[in-house]
Design a protein around this ligand. Structure first.
Ligand code: IMP
Ligand code: MG
Length: 199
């Protein structure tokens, strides 16, 4: 497609009404996410010296979208790696403890690591990855999550940077899924209960 071919206003390119119809309510709008991610990036860059390189570890798949937007708002040099952790099958509550199913490729010794996840719920996932990274002798580890559900915390773990506190509801969108769907929704919303049964 040539640049001249894009003649539609951006509103017409936003998420489909079909996905939005599966939501009971929108909790955080696309605009609120965008604004908060920019603020978080500022808060993060204030934590590091201007010449310090940050190694961003994204906990995939959930943190893909958040990480992509966050790193593009960071001013300095950034290295990116991903770690895959699975704890949720196709259900809305954890079945087993988290499992690291795909590990890192970058060496983290003496590096400044920023762990990024979409949401902290029980705390099991991020605390497991934190310990895993700590064993690689980084110079520092900081943590950033877009969402925090304080109500369901099982592991005592303090996150350095939190985007939004949310109530104890199952949310989808902006990377967060239900049965691997809704990750591409631009806002974050609560899925209707009837959508949480069938796949
Ligand atoms: P934790 O290990 O219980 O803290 O859960 C963290 C992981 O569970 C996150 O990385 C998410 O992938 C997933 N998760 C927790 N709550 C939700 C939710 O409301 N919607 C979608 N995924 C969630
Ligand atoms: Mg996740």
């Amino acid at each position: 497609m040539t640049i001249q071919a894009i003649t539609q206003p951006t509103a017409q390119l936003s998420n489909s009404q079909l996905m939005l119809a599966d939501l009971e309510k929108v909790l955080i709008t696309e605009e609120q996410i965008e604004e908060r991610v920019k603020e978080l990036a500022k808060e993060i860059s204030n934590l590091y010296d201007p010449d310090e390189e940050i190694t961003v570890i994204s906990i995939i798949n959930g943190a893909i979208l958040f990480t992509a937007d966050l790193v593009r708002n960071l001013p300095g040099q950034v290295r990116i790696d991903c770690i895959r952790v699975s704890s949720y099958e196709d259900e809305t509550s954890p079945v087993n403890g988290p499992k690291i199913s795909s590990t890192l490729t970058l060496d983290l010794a003496n590096r400044h690591v920023l762990l990024v996840d979409d949401i902290i719920d029980t705390g099991n996932t991020i605390s497991k990855v934190y310990q895993y990274v700590l064993d690689m002798d980084p110079a520092s580890i900081r943590t950033a999550v877009l969402l925090e559900k304080k109500a369901r915390r099982k592991v005592a773990f303090e996150i350095d940077l939190v985007g939004f506190q949310i109530p104890d509801e199952f949310v989808v969108g902006y990377g967060l899924d239900y049965a691997q769907r809704y990750r591409n929704l631009r806002c974050i919303g609560v899925l209707k209960t009837e959508q949480q049964q069938g796949n």
